[in-house]
Design a protein around this ligand. Structure first.
Ligand SMILES: Cc1ncc(COP(=O)(O)O)c(C=O)c1O
Length: 426
């Protein structure tokens, strides 16, 4: 039996309608920007395998550091025990974050990193004896698939079956160009009418709901207003962290830093599952006390896994190199000129880019969003060209590993132009 038949017999895949979707492509190896299937056909992974693979697949430096760690210890309980990889990763991460970030709490994925920040915000106020439990989030938010993360994410077809089980959230418009004032007014109103514990947001790019981009200026205003009103700000940098927006961290480009930050995906260069939530001393100190119940009674089995932390350190080694910065700038510039080109092309609406993320909508009469046949047609088309692009509904985006070459980028752009000529309606 081939791998696909064996897979169909026993595996349930994420975000997959097994009745409609093509069987998954079986991968036998991956290197740099390429995924290779079992027939050795290469695919340019232009979305870095769900935005996680920063430096390219199977990077030898990350492999070598994990191999070294494998000789020492694989997993250690992280309560009452600690280890150097976790300590060093926290030290090096904090060095690169806004100066107010002082402590790192580990978990094992992006959703849990957000859940933990929400629990920290709510328990902070509870520890202080203050009743503040409301949370503000953007209309176009995506923060993950666990219940708390779904609650603060956009209310849509994905979350509909669970609507009654999700906690209520105060919604404000995502401040895309033209909606900044509306967003700011809505934030002020929410805060004046409710006891708000925290505002959670994806800084500068609301990713999974369609790569909605907005400015540093409005985010600075929102964060600074929250600070004045004693509302914690939680920057979910699970996608935007590690250079994706052109800044090392999207929040690093702001005048007003957030109170908490959430990381995963690129944290290990996309090699191992790891999440992290960083906080200020003010937050950490509110959990100290004579009572054990003041502590954050939260943890996951693989919290701070040493192999994952070592992957994080190896990825950080690569991220700190000038070559990485140069690659980010090169991709950023290249995207900017492709956006100019797309502006002149019928069928491509709202072309935009920020850092290494480029996005636009394919104009179509089919308004069915994520479930649109346009999305399936585009996905199949790009794969047939040896390119892995995974549109969000009719939003096509590129978010590549930093090792992608100019020639490979040009190939991705060409396939997009071809797709627009075939599927775009004017
Ligand atoms: C901004 C953001 N937050 C959280 C998550 C959830 O991360 P994970 O899939 O690791 O649970 C994602 C995943 O795409 C994300 O983009």
């Amino acid at each position: 039996m081939n791998l696909q038949d064996r897979d169909a017999g026993v595996v349930w895949h994420p975000f997959t309608q097994s009745l409609l979707d093509a069987p998954p492509i079986a991968i036998s190896r991956a290197e740099q920007v390429f995924l290779f299937d079992t027939d050795n056909k290469p695919y340019i992974d232009a979305i870095a395998s769900w935005w996680a693979v920063l430096h390219g697949h199977s990077h030898p430096h990350i492999t070598a550091r994990i191999a070294e760690q494998l000789e020492k210890y694989h997993h250690v309980i992280f309560s009452a025990f600690t280890h150097e990889p976790a300590i060093e990763l926290a030290e090096r991460l904090l060095e690169r974050l806004p100066k107010n970030q002082k402590k790192v709490f580990y978990s094992d994925n992006g959703s849990t990193a957000v859940e933990i920040a929400l629990k920290m915000a709510v328990q902070f106020w509870s520890n202080k004896g203050i009743e503040k439990t409301s949370v503000i989030a953007f209309e176009n938010a995506y923060h993950g698939d666990t219940f708390g993360a779904m609650s603060v994410s956009e209310a849509d077809a994905f979350t509909k079956p669970f609507a009654k089980l999700l906690f209520p959230v105060l919604r404000i418009p995502t401040p895309v160009p033209g909606r900044e004032d509306e967003c700011f007014e809505a934030l002020k109103k929410c805060i004046s009418e409710n006891e708000v514990a925290a505002f959670v947001y994806e800084p500068l790019i609301a990713g999974a709901t369609g790569m909605h981009m907005y400015s540093e200026k409005i985010l600075d205003e929102l964060v600074s207003y929250c600070r004045k009103k004693d509302v914690f700000t939680i920057a979910d940098e699970v996608m935007t962290g590690f250079g994706r927006t052109g800044h090392e961290f999207a929040s690093g480009g702001l005048q007003h830093p957030p109170d908490m930050m959430c990381f995963s995906k690129g944290l290990t260069g996309g090699t191992m599952a790891l999440g992290a939530t960083s906080v200020t001393d003010e937050i950490f100190n509110a959990f100290k006390g004579e009572s054990r119940y003041k502590a954050l009674l939260h943890g996951h089995t693989f919290t701070g896994n040493p192999l994952a932390c070592v992957s994080g350190l190896a990825s950080m080694d690569l991220f700190e190199k000038k070559e990485c910065r140069d690659n980010i700038d090169r991709i950023d510039k290249s995207h900017q000129s492709f956006v100019q080109k797309l502006k002149g092309i019928k069928g491509a609406s709202n072309p935009r880019s920020k850092g290494v993320v480029l996005a636009f909508e394919v104009q179509s009469k089919d308004q069915d969003g994520y479930a649109s046949s346009m999305r399936d047609n585009l996905l199949g088309f790009f794969l047939s060209r040896g390119i892995h692009l995974r549109p969000l509904g009719n939003t096509v985006y590129i978010l590549p590993p930093y090792c992608i070459t100019n020639e490979q980028l040009a190939k991705v752009y060409d396939s997009i132009l071809e797709a627009l000529a075939r599927f775009g309606e004017c």
